[in-house]
Design a protein around this ligand. Structure first.
Ligand code: UD1
Ligand code: CA
Length: 461
């Protein structure tokens, strides 16, 4: 009982260069379903409510720190990364809890349940060092777990293994629970670099603790949960696995996904029941979709909220809000600050930015509405432009269009300008002055008609 209450620190190892990625960017910042790899280890750690979470950084350390600033983390600099054993040693001054959980920064799919299972097993087995193992279909580069009489006696890295050892199917996940004792730090300080990579291997600790009967290994039955990302092939595999998980959870919660192979979703996106996700749908960032919506085909949504019953197809929405039963698309671009009211329609080559489109209003063809407010039920004709940027002025100017107003095709509304409630603007007008409610404003040259002009011209020619 008391064992479960023992204090816990987490150390995340994120200092490696990630040579096999062949990238200038640190491996742990490569995105997986839109979030940096390291984000997943951090979330897994924080789910355990540890006393502290220490992140060991090295290669690209400043970039990594900057990407996670403001989070409840403590960063430790490894300098030149000299191996996983060295990385943990560097974290020592930051650790004081009774137990330390070590997580690699490149094992993103690990569920908190696997970590909790390891912590329980550590206590039950009376171990001072315990680790999670798995049996992946292809053990490739993973460290092999050598057991004798069922007990783990050492880990041998693939590059250092004999052919017989390489045939072992059980491998090291890189996730360890360690009891914080002087012995641990002595053992770490005593590691050698006498191996294929000339690095301090954390894995060498297993043999040290096994000799004292203090090492234990827990085989986690779902190898996919513990997959490590070393190169971009691994990254694509993890992306596919994570996508399948996210979409499966949505389908189980009542969302129809017509073709899961073509739908992309952030772990932070949410979708309500009875919504249908059609092919080519991307729900990125903190996008939230209500119930009973139809999204796609062809929808790219970032940090966008869509209310119940709305339809969005062949459109790009970024930082936008779409009210209930509104219809967006085909071919709309909603940019940050676009807010579309209930039942409104926006589509057919329409761009909306920092503008509110009132309930039931229609902006159905070839328009640009920026820095504007469009009242309920207004009808914005094809080709309408809000001219929000005036020469010599930095701030964008606002256009206000009253409820029920009718803007004729190809009107240019030169902001700042107000069109009153129920007012009508004639097609092709360039409106530079406010239009009172229920007025008609027409701004265009009178039409000139010259009867027979073309015929006469023909006779002359
Ligand atoms: C490691 C294990 C291997 C295990 C595999 C699981 C060792 C020696 N091997 O191999 O047994 O099967 O993980 O995925 O530990 N890192 C540092 N500082 C360093 C070196 C690495 O912080 O000096 C970090 C890396 O950024 C990475 C993690 O430690 O997040 C693992 O390092 P990596 O080089 O990927 O180890 P593997 O070869 O995968
Ligand atoms: Ca790795």
């Amino acid at each position: 009982m008391g064992q479960m209450a023992e204090s816990l620190d987490v150390v995340i190892l994120a200092a490696g260069k990630g040579t096999r990625m062949r990238s200038r960017r640190p491996k742990v910042l490569h995105p997986l379903a839109g979030l940096p790899l390291l984000e997943y280890s951090i979330r897994a750690a924080l789910a355990l409510a540890p006393a502290r979470t220490v992140v060991v950084v090295g290669f690209g350390g400043d970039e990594v720190r900057a990407a996670f600033s403001g989070r409840p983390l403590q960063f430790v600099d490894q300098g030149d990364p000299r191996g996983t054993g060295h990385a943990l040693l560097v974290a020592k001054p930051a650790l004081s809890a009774r137990r330390t959980l070590v997580l690699p920064g490149d094992v993103p799919l690990v569920p908190p349940a696997a970590l909790r299972a390891l912590l329980s097993y550590h206590a039950e087995a009376g171990a001072e060092l315990s680790f999670l193992t798995m049996e992946p279909p292809d053990p490739r580069a993973y460290g092999r777990v050598v057991r004798e009489d069922g007990r783990p006696v050492r880990i041998v890295e693939a590059q250092d293994a004999t052919a017989d050892e390489r045939a072992i199917r059980e491998v090291n996940s890189g996730i360890y629970c360690l009891t914080n004792t002087p012995h641990l730090w002595q053992a770490l300080a005593g590691l050698s670099t006498d191996n294929a990579k000339a690095e301090y291997y954390l894995t060498d600790l297993v043999a040290v603790f096994a000799r004292r009967g203090k090492a234990a290994a827990l085989l986690w039955p779902h190898a996919e949960d513990l997959m490590g990302i070393n190169d971009r092939v691994d990254l694509a595999r993890a992306e596919a696995a994570l996508r399948t998980r996210l979409l499966t959870a949505l389908m189980q919660a009542g969302v129809t996904v017509v073709d899961p192979a073509t739908v992309y979703i952030s772990p932070d996106a949410t979708v309500g029941p009875d919504t249908v996700l059609h092919p080519g749908t991307h729900l990125l960032g903190h996008t939230a979709i209500g119930g009973g919506c139809a999204i796609g085909p062809g929808a790219y949504l970032v940090d966008t909220e869509v209310e119940a019953g709305a339809r969005v197809w062949y459109s790009v929405l970024e930082g936008a809000y779409v009210g209930p039963a509104a219809q967006i698309g085909p071919y709309a671009h909603l940019r940050p600050g676009a807010r579309i009211g209930a039942g409104a329609r926006v589509g057919n080559f329409v761009e909306v930015k920092a503008a509110f489109i009132g309930e039931g209003a229609k902006v159905s063809h070839l328009a640009y509405i920026g820095d504007a407010e469009v009242g309920a039920g207004a009808n914005i004709g094809a080709g309408t432009i809000t001219c929000n940027l005036q020469p010599g002025r930095k701030e964008k100017q606002r256009t206000e269009i009253g409820p029920g107003a009718f803007i004729g095709s190809n009107a240019a509304l030169v902001a700042p300008v107000r069109i009153g409630e129920g007012a009508v603007v004639g097609a092709g007008s360039v409106i530079t002055e406010d239009v009172p409610p229920y007025a008609l404003a027409v701004e265009r040259s009178p039409q000139v008609v010259k009867p027979g002009w073309a015929k006469e011209r023909g006779e002359q020619g």
